[in-house]
Design a protein around this ligand. Structure first.
Ligand SMILES: [Zn+2]
Length: 114
């Protein structure tokens, strides 16, 4: 039901979310689907493969690694609008979990990333 007052609408959905288990389940599924689509779009935006070794077999396991100016963790903010997310994505490279771990191990050991 559309409301003219957005605060009233938010309150309506907040109450329904907590009182209607089926609505909560459907809402959670819709959120997961939206986040998955947004993550896939973000992965494609950054080339769809590991920027170090080229791994692309399972793109969903790729990691957004910041190379500077980090404002927030991409995977925690996938619900943001595309325009806001893209600004942060442009400070990142895609890495497979192995290459990401190696970058951080090198940082921890005081060596520049390989
Ligand atoms: Zn890699």
């Amino acid at each position: 039901m559309p409301y003219k007052d957005k605060k009233m609408e938010a309150e309506h959905f907040r109450i329904r979310y907590h009182e209607d288990p089926d609505f909560k389940r459907r809402s959670n599924l819709a959120t997961l689907k939206r986040k998955k689509l947004q993550k896939n779009k973000a992965i494609q935006h950054l080339g769809g493969k590991c920027s170090k070794c080229g791994y692309d077999e399972h793109p969903e396991i790729l990691v957004f690694h910041h190379v500077g100016g980090k404002q927030f963790n991409i995977s925690h903010r996938l619900k943001l609008s595309w325009d806001k997310l893209r600004i942060e994505l442009d400070k990142c490279v895609l890495l497979c979990p192995n290459c990401h771990a190696l970058v951080h191990i090198n940082w921890t050991n005081g060596r520049p990333p390989a």
